[in-house]
Each structure stands twice: as structure tokens, then as C-alpha cells.
Design a protein around this ligand. Structure first.
Ligand SMILES: Nc1ncnc2c1ncn2[C@@H]1O[C@H](COP(=O)(O)OP(=O)(O)O)[C@@H](O)[C@H]1O
Ligand SMILES: [Mg+2]
Length: 260
């Protein structure tokens, strides 16, 4: 009998979870509080034929979740910062939200986090940073890392995504590839590709402000628990939120003009 040696390749790019590895065409991740809910969500997405998320394979002998490895590149590249990529990301997020309709909004235990004050409509990804989207060229093919997914409104998940991708951030904190983009034009492009109703578009910037205040509180509380969140906080995550909120205040009228 020949023993199969499974090589574990550490995966870079995550902020928070230690120990994410690739083995052959699977990814192994430590589980967290929300894993049972996320696993139910991934099974639901597979059942309704949504192809923009990894499939859940199961659990391994050491208690890690096993999901399929999606080939491609995560993070910001010259391809993923294009307008074309942003429009496709909006379409993918729209398809994801639509695919979660029918998934129970109550009865699961999610990781929690900030939200808006409206009644949840869908399951939001709620953490669509560039590192959590896999691209093949300019085409986003999968959303990954659903640890922070939870019931929310479409608008809240759109704002969270735009925070990273427009980006709604002070230029000093932006990735060089996004430092000089026209944020207002990108907000508009995303909303059009998502087909967000005009009424919701007008709410986005006030919602962004609400979200900044709440994320600051949530992140500070999580940082107090230690681990990856504490590292993020020590690395200046709170100050970046404050600077982004100030930048939004300064530019709100100009950005708003793109959303009416
Ligand atoms: N299913 C997957 N397919 C391809 N790459 C993945 C997959 N899951 C994770 N990765 C890679 O590993 C990195 C970290 O994994 P992630 O699940 O986002 O953990 P974290 O909680 O640390 O952000 C991702 O940014 C991505 O580059
Ligand atoms: Mg991640």
C-alpha cells in the first residue's frame, strides 16, 4: 500500500484566520462560531446552483472545514481594479444576494457585527474585501471567506463592499492601484450594475457613515478578545475608519451627485 502524502500549502492574504491551507484542490480552514450557519449557507448556494462560492466538502480528521479551492487570484491587481471588474463584482454580489433568498433569515447563529436598522432581506457576505474575491483576469469568479456573513439588507452589504472597492477611504490608506480612481464614478457604476433602486442609492452615503461608527465599535470590542482582530487594531484599523469617515464628510456632496 502506498501512503499518500498531503502537502499543506499555507494561503496568504487573510487578515484574521490563522492556519488556512491548501491541500490539492481543497482548502482547510479552522472553524468558528458561525461555521454551522455558513455551512448551511454554502449547501443552500450549491442546491440553488449558485456557482460563485466554494463548495463545502466536509470536515477533516483534525476538525477543520474542507472547501473547494477556486483557481485564480485574490486581492488587488491591475485586472481587479478595472471598471469592468467592478461592474462584474456588482453583478456577482447581486446574484449572491438573490441566491440567498429562501435561506432562513432566523434560527442560525452568525458571527455578528454591525448592521443597519432595517429589517434583514438577504444573507450578506459583509466582508467583501479584495482578499475575499477570487478573480480570473478581470472576472470575479467566487466570493470566499463567509465567516462574517449574516442577515442584513442589500444596501448594507453594498456599502460594505464599496467601502473596500470604490473605495470609500482616505487616499493615504488606499492601495496604490486605487489611490487616484474617481470614487463617485465607481459608486455609480457599481449601483447601476447591481441595479440598485434610486431610493436605495440615495441612502448609501448616510448608511456608510452609520456603518463607520458601528464598525469602529465592533472592531474595538473584537480586538479586546485578542487574536487576529487585536493585530488588525494594533495595525491602525480604528484610525483608518476614522480617516475614512472624515474623508466621506469632506466629499459627501460630490459623491452624492453620482447617486441621484
Ligand atoms: N476556497 C478558496 N479558493 C482559493 N483561495 C482561497 C480559498 N479560501 C481561501 N483562499 C485564499 O486564502 C486567503 C485567506 O483565506 P480566507 O478564507 O479569506 O481567511 P481569512 O479569514 O484569514 O481572511 C484568501 O485571501 C485567498 O487568497
Ligand atoms: Mg479573508
Amino acid at each position: 500500500m502506498v501512503a499518500t502524502v498531503l502537502h499543506e500549502i499555507p494561503l496568504q492574504g487573510g487578515d484574521v484566520t490563522d492556519g488556512v491551507v491548501r491541500i490539492a484542490d481543497t482548502v482547510r480552514r479552522p472553524i468558528c462560531r458561525s461555521s454551522p450557519a455558513v455551512h448551511a449557507l454554502l449547501r443552500h448556494l450549491e442546491a440553488v446552483g449558485f456557482d460563485g462560492a466554494p463548495r463545502l466538502v466536509g470536515m477533516d480528521a483534525t476538525g477543520r472545514e474542507i472547501i473547494t479551492f477556486v483557481p485564480g487570484t485574490a486581492g488587488l491587481t491591475v485586472h481587479s481594479v478595472t471598471d469592468e471588474a467592478l461592474g462584474s463584482l456588482a453583478v456577482l454580489l447581486r446574484r449572491f444576494h438573490d441566491a440567498t433568498e429562501g435561506f432562513p433569515l432566523a434560527g442560525h447563529r452568525w458571527e455578528g457585527g454591525s448592521n443597519d436598522d432595517d429589517v434583514p432581506e438577504v444573507i450578506g457576505h459583509c466582508d467583501l474585501t479584495p482578499e475575499n474575491v477570487i478573480f480570473q483576469g478581470a472576472e470575479p469568479v467566487a466570493l470566499i471567506d463567509f465567516d462574517l456573513a449574516r442577515p442584513t439588507t442589500r444596501a448594507f452589504d453594498v456599502v460594505t463592499t464599496l467601502r473596500h472597492w470604490a473605495p470609500i477611504a482616505d487616499p493615504v490608506d488606499r492601495h496604490p492601484l486605487l489611490r487616484h480612481v474617481d470614487v463617485g464614478a465607481r459608486l455609480r457604476l457599481f449601483c447601476e450594475a447591481y441595479d440598485l433602486p434610486p431610493r436605495t442609492r440615495r441612502r448609501l452615503l448616510p448608511l456608510a457613515r452609520l456603518r463607520f461608527g458601528r464598525s469602529y465599535e465592533v472592531m474595538r470590542a473584537r480586538a479586546a478578545e485578542g487574536g487576529g482582530w487585536a493585530r488588525l487594531w494594533e495595525d491602525g484599523a480604528g484610525e483608518r475608519i476614522r480617516r475614512a469617515a472624515a474623508w466621506l464628510d469632506t466629499h459627501e456632496d460630490e459623491l452624492h451627485a453620482h447617486l441621484v
